[in-house]
Design a protein around this ligand. Sequence first.
Ligand SMILES: [Zn+2]
Length: 285
Amino acid sequence: MRDTQPTPLSRSELQARGLGSREIERALRDGLLVRLRRGWYGTPDLAPSLAHATRIGGRLSCISALESHGAWVIRSDLTHVRVGTGIAVPRRVDARLHWTHERARPGVDSPEVALAVAVQCVDRETLVAAVDSVLQRGILSAPEVDQILMSTPRGRAVRALVDGAAESGIESLVRLRLRAHRIRFRSQVTIAGVGRVDFLVGERLVVEVDGYAWHGDPNRFENDRRRDRQLLRRGYLVMRASYRQVIDDLDGLVEAILDVVRRREHRWRGVRRTELGTRRSLIDR
Ligand SMILES: [Zn+2]
């Protein structure tokens, strides 16, 4: 994926492709090229974050580079840019800068470099969710991630929280928050007759989260309702949260879970559990 994305091109690279000064000027006039910085150009399909990093004079790095390699990233409000010392950066810059002694030629940092930078930069939730997705999507292998994380104390703390089996970044965020509140749960639990659920809190509270911002799949909609009914029939409680609800109000979701836990309704004790099939003869009659 990473090799097919458009990259910034230097004047000499354009010349090597047979574009002289006159052709470059014409391409700029026709909108086929954009000037990003002195001696650096981009095609109109260049990713905005990479164009921004190049205008500043550095490389796309840290969490922004991981996102560009296909990782799921929760908060991408600022572009993270690695800049070589000695580069004249605009005084007011709308980006998070990482200074380096190396030459930071315009482009995108490798996932390895980007992750090593991110470990020292972003908050733990953002980092764990990104690393989960780096593993889940195969952007880096587990040994590659380990090598980077285990080399610093901050990285080692994050390594203990990472779970490459998480199916979405949203799931990672919920998992971390439940852990932080010391709520006992298991993720990706298979319940007989129902299938796999995202989280089982205690013994009977099922928490399901939408992994993606969009949810327009009618089959999924029907299936979710069928699952809810099957879970309720078996005595489980079901709590659902949309992608937006997790992003915007994770505290609200955790509070709701805690309310159930405080009433101890996440346990079977005291609940009359129905074994499906045992009363069927009565109902059928
Ligand atoms: Zn950063």
